[in-house]
Every structure is written in C-alpha cells, then in structure tokens.
Design a protein. Structure first.
Length: 95
C-alpha cells in the first residue's frame, strides 16, 4: 500500500535529473539509495519519519514535511514556480 503525499515533491537527482517523489514509500526508497557518505542526522531524521509512518506513529503529512525540509536543506528540492500554482493546489503548495 502506497502512502501518498498530498502532492509530489520534485527533486533533482544524479547529474541534474528531476524526479517526483509522491509517497512515503518512494521517499524511503530514495533515502535507501542515498550515498552513505552523505548520510547525517538530517538524513536519519527523515528516514525515521518514514519508518514512523510505516509503524503508525506518524502521519503521511508529517513525513512529507520532513522530507521537503531534507530536500530543501540538501539543495535538491525543485520549488514550484508561480505558473505551477493553480486554484486546485494553491493551499497545498503554501503548506
């Protein structure tokens, strides 16, 4: 069962390739592939947030927030542009 995010998180991987992370499961898979040398406390906290969702002790929204913060801190988050904001997702993007 995929634990879907409210909307996908766009990140840059490898040599600048965009990737959409749309669930806790895919966030966890991304983190599992993350280079060992780059793993630190922020990585561990993000991974733990995903594991907490799997165990039922955290919500998908909490893991989404932590994953977005991790991606932003790493400089791999692709922020939505104003043209990406529509009436249907304006509130979600502001969160």
């Amino acid at each position: 069962m995929l634990r879907k995010f409210c909307h996908p998180v766009s990140i840059i991987v490898g040599l600048g390739f965009p990737r959409q992370i749309d669930s806790v499961d895919r966030a966890f898979a991304f983190l599992d592939e993350y280079p060992q040398l780059l793993r630190d406390e922020a990585y561990e906290a993000t991974r733990d947030a995903c594991l907490d969702v799997f165990s039922g002790s955290a919500t998908t929204e909490e893991a989404y927030d932590v994953f977005c913060a991790f991606a932003r801190r790493r400089g791999i988050l692709i922020d939505p542009t104003p043209s990406d904001i529509t009436e249907g997702n304006r509130d979600q993007l502001a969160a």
